[in-house]
Design a protein around this ligand. Structure first.
Ligand code: CA
Length: 203
């Protein structure tokens, strides 16, 4: 990989390491993967390049995940190595190198770490909330349900499922008929997100 990493300057490695928590060696390996996906040596990845990530091949939400990667983490349909490292840091296994927690304006506890539970939940929420209004409405939920079980469930049942889910999760005093981020997190609180959303991207 020597020639691969020679263009990755030590100063970049240092900056990316402090942003992501990846070690220098992990960053070099990540760069190896990045360049192997960047077929035409463009210096960035496109939607087509990201389609080649084998870890995503069996994921029914692959297209949506790639959309989040490119649109929310990249710029103009391109994801450069720094952006790529930052987003994959969300799924980095292992302890945070600092455990300083702070409260945000909503009183929710979060950490600055890219692989915190908060970061993972945010990423997951964005897979649903594509209009970024901080709520998951019925059509956003339906679009995910279609990807997950679309071929196995008739449209009217799918519709009923979406309505039932929203009815269960939205309390009457909430103005809009949509699932808030807070409720989304509460719903997922029984699931070990830290484990489910960590992946061994680096072999
Ligand atoms: Ca929304």
């Amino acid at each position: 990989m020597g020639s691969n990493t020679s263009v990755l300057l030590q100063v970049d490695i240092q900056a990316i390491s402090s942003e992501t928590g990846f070690t220098h060696n992990q960053i070099k390996r990540l760069y190896g993967r990045f360049t192997s996906m960047d077929k035409d040596t463009k210096g960035y990845l496109t939607k087509q390049d990201l389609m080649l990530i084998p870890e995503l091949h069996v994921n029914p939400l692959r297209d949506r995940i790639i959309e989040v990667l490119i649109e929310d983490h990249g710029k103009n349909g391109k994801l450069n190595f720094r952006q790529f490292s930052q987003v994959f840091a969300t799924f980095r296994r292992g302890k945070n190198h600092q455990n300083q927690q702070r409260e945000n304006s909503n009183g929710e506890t979060s950490t600055n770490e890219p692989n915190s539970k908060e970061s993972k939940l945010r990423f997951l929420f964005r897979i649903y909330d594509r209009d970024k209004d901080e709520r998951i409405n019925k059509s956003e939920l339906l679009s995910i349900l279609n990807m997950l079980v679309g071929q196995n469930l008739p449209e009217d049942q799918m519709n009923a499922l979406a309505e039932r889910t929203i009815a269960e999760l939205v309390t009457e005093n909430e103005m809009q008929n949509a699932i808030t981020y807070k409720k989304f997190c509460e719903t997922l609180s029984k699931i070990d997100i830290e484990d489910k959303m960590s992946m061994k991207f680096l072999s």
